[in-house]
Design a binder for this molecule. Structure first.
Ligand code: AHR
Length: 496
């Protein structure tokens, strides 16, 4: 017997547009996230276009990656952009002090990053260095990227192979200023941000959206102080929250082979994102009632103990069905807050934390998270629709419980009505009746289902298709649509 969960969608009451950049990615100079995972260099035997792997870029293109954040993360506050221009053989070798102490030869710099974005058809989010950099260094980088003049810096860009200025979509001033970005107070940061952005000048039509580096987890002080004190040159305040199964940094939990209690805690900890966004929105609504400034969740995802035998600074972790469920739950939460959450960036795109793709030399494998992103593509730029759940069942563990079903609905840019459903219970299937008002009586629901037998089912180089979506269809009977959700599953489809 199934619990009879009901969803009511009001197609006549469109809400805010879900910015496509809610599906943004993050690529940091960390482990093999860039070097090896995406960048192999033009001389490599691994097929590439201008140094970027053909297989990986090809797979990422299917996700319609709207935006990539680069070069960090913590790395950004020690990155000096001049190290990454000019002939690659002449670029300085530095130590990546944040991530494993490995040598960073600066093979990927500004030109290479823009080439990656161009190949993906993605917007760019460049993260400036406030920590060890200066307003001068950032303003010169911005000029290098955006100036169409004959200035020495613009001419240097031309000499390095790029005639026209690039389109710089977003520029952030520092990262995690409360921690690796300089251990600052929000007041100190706000003051530095105002001074710095006063010097970040571009031709008017080339002005990027500026991002202030905000808080994390349950701390709303940063959102409060930044939205209160910064009134100019600000388009977004960033916010970071990672899902850690145990909730503890020392021993975070394994990516696979975990007990059901850690499936539960991972779901529970992921769902905390909703309350955190609400709390940040509340302080921002007070200081910025017109919602001029967005809340950009520019780092999110699962963070586990690294794979055994790997460099602890490389943050390499396997990715299972659980990660796909985490991604889908977060998407549904982000859609709910589309009025303020106009960008998010999963950490990170390849080989790092909750990655889309894992690589080993010339091999690559798509993760369950990749499949979740692909299933949700119709939500990019879609118009959110109110979807309410009645009689939602609970998934319980000991004395704790979370909602069994999560839902989101939107009108896609193709005019179709899309519904995404998640069943968090690893043991119980459920049935959801979907009632749509303000639109034609539903005839059928067609889409895709992602599930597997084991909670930690994952793809490997030997078995790359262990977890992949299958097509899913449900016929309505007498105008009533019922969607069956297997245990631990994600279903995304269109109501027609
Ligand atoms: O994504 C990994 C790291 O997590 C980032 O560099 C940093 O901003 C955060 O602490």
């Amino acid at each position: 017997a199934y619990a009879q969960v009901a969803v009511t969608i009001d197609a006549g009451k469109p809400g805010p547009v879900i910015d496509k950049n809610v599906y943004g990615q993050f690529a940091e100079h960390l482990g093999t996230g860039i070097y090896g995972g995406m960048w192999v260099g033009p001389e490599s035997k691994i097929p590439n276009v201008k140094g970027w792997r053909k297989d990986v870029i090809g797979a990422l293109k299917a996700l319609h990656v709207p935006l990539v954040r680069w070069p960090g993360g913590c790395f950004a506050d020690e990155y000096h952009w001049r190290d990454g221009i000019g002939p690659r053989s002449k670029r300085p070798v530095k130590v990546n002090t944040n991530w494993g102490g490995v040598e960073e030869d600066n093979a990927v710099g500004t030109h290479e990053f823009f080439e990656l974005a161009e190949q993906l058809g993605a917007q760019v989010y460049v993260n400036g260095n406030l920590g060890t950099g200066s307003a001068q260094e950032m303003s010169e980088w911005v000029e290098y990227m955006t100036s169409d003049s004959k200035s020495t810096l613009a001419q240097l860009r031309r000499k390095n192979g790029r005639d026209k200025p690039w389109k710089l979509d977003y520029f952030a001033v520092g990262n995690e200023a409360w921690g690796c970005g300089g251990e600052m107070t929000p007041e100190t940061y706000a003051s530095l941000y105002k001074t710095t952005t006063a010097f970040l000048k571009t031709p008017p039509e080339a002005r990027p959206k500026f991002i202030a580096s905000g808080g994390n987890d349950n701390d709303t002080t940063w959102s409060n102080v930044l939205s209160r004190d910064i009134k100019k040159n600000i388009d977004g305040i960033s916010f970071h929250y990672y899902t850690i199964p145990t909730g503890k940094w020392a021993v975070k939990g394994a990516a696979t082979g975990f007990p059901e209690s850690e499936w539960f805690s991972t779901i529970r900890n992921t769902l905390k994102m909703d309350g955190m966004i609400r709390a940040n929105k509340a302080v921002m609504d007070k200081n910025d009632p017109q919602k001029k400034v967005g809340l950009y969740v520019d780092e999110w995802g699962t963070w586990y103990d690294v794979e055994k035998g790997t460099n602890t600074g490389f943050l390499l972790q396997q990715n299972s069905l659980r990660d796909a469920v985490v991604a889908a739950l977060n998407f549904n939460i982000f859609h709910e807050h589309a009025d303020r959450v106009r960008m998010t960036n999963i950490a990170q795109m390849v080989n790092v934390l909750q990655a889309m793709i894992l690589t080993d030399k010339d091999k690559m494998v798509l993760t369950p998270t990749y499949h979740a992103f692909r299933m949700y593509v119709p939500f990019q730029g879609a118009t959110s629709l109110p979807a309410t759940l009645q009689n939602n069942a609970a998934y319980t563990s000991g004395t704790e419980a979370v909602a069994q079903v999560s839902v989101s609905a939107a009108r896609g840019t193709d005019g179709k009505l899309y519904v995404a459903l998640v069943n968090t219970d690893p043991n119980k299937a459920t049935e959801v009746t979907v009632d749509v008002s303000g639109a034609a009586v539903p005839a059928r629901f067609t889409g895709q289902l992602l599930t597997a037998d084991a909670t930690d089912a994952h793809n490997t180089f030997a078995a790359p298709n262990a977890v992949k979506p299958t097509s899913y269809a449900a016929q309505a009977a007498g105008g009533k649509l019922t969607v069956k959700l297997p245990a631990k599953s994600v279903v995304v489809g269109a109501v027609e």
